[in-house]
Design a protein around this ligand. Sequence first.
Ligand SMILES: [Mg+2]
Length: 371
Amino acid sequence: MRITRVEPIPVRVPLKAGMTTRTAHGEYHTSDYVIVRVHTDEGIIGLGEATVSALWSGETSASGIAAIEGLIGPALVGEDPTRITSLRARIDFLLKLNPFTKAAVEMALWDIAGKAVNVPVHRLLGGKLRDTIPTKMMIGAFDVPRARALAERFLEWGARCLKVKVGIDAAGDIARVAAVREAAGPDVPITIDANCGWDVPTARVALDRLRAQNLLVAEQPIAPGDVEAMARLRWSCGIPIMADESVFTLVDAWNVLRGGAADVISIYPGKNGGIAAAVEIAQVARAAGVACHVGSNLELGIGSAAMLHLAAAVPNIDSATYPADILGPHYHEADLLAEPLALLPEGARVPDGPGLGVMLDEDQLRRFRVD
Ligand SMILES: [Mg+2]
């Protein structure tokens, strides 16, 4: 089997009314994606998805398409799509950074490899350890009434864990978390995510005051870069620390682990540059005795499916303790899938069809494509 074409398709999908979100990286009303179709001479088509957010990784639809049309596509045409390790190395040699774009292409290769032998991707990764993945719902950094209303809405739906965005201003952040805790009662696990929004002194004060809210973890309280500062915060604040923006690459993971800067590392195919890259980080973390969590950049259906296969097959991803952020489709007007994933309150079901186990909905694709 040979690759005949790598086709990038820019897509823009609005967030649902009332489900727009706000973090220290900004406010979101629409999300941009590059959907990838990798075509082969045997008629098998692999699907991939890149969340492209300049605020997150510096990638945009235009940059993703340029990278695929100018560099990745020409390097892959004529190659065997199932030689994923070799093709990853070639892509990494040609193009630095750009993890979400690379991940879209790489997950499409896994999709082809699975479809070619009629098995799900989780089987190619060693087999699934779980059938459902516990998840949480996310509450943007809104004022107290709106945050409380979202918490009540998600709990009524059946959500078993909530994540509250903070990192805007400490007083407002603390009030928002307290309101969500009050709505949730003492037993629902709550996490916070500052998305690098606090400086070190603010984080110290805010985390000290948030200790009373019995938080499961505090995600990325400060900016990446100063591993020692995050390690000091970890030891002094009394709340487990999760590294997200601090760990894009395997080397990032090594530095955070060696520096003792995190209790948990958040990984996912997009941020880490592919499924295999995320597995590598999980293994390094395992060696250090640190669990991983599946984070998100508001993926649609294809990206969420890739996260589910990863979460299902990797032992060191502890979604039972740290429910995954496999939630993007809940927030958007479309997931681009012919049949939606089963993202249920009690957990997201792992797809068992060949490859990623999902199919593109051509009507939705036409409706939301922006080229
Ligand atoms: Mg995060």
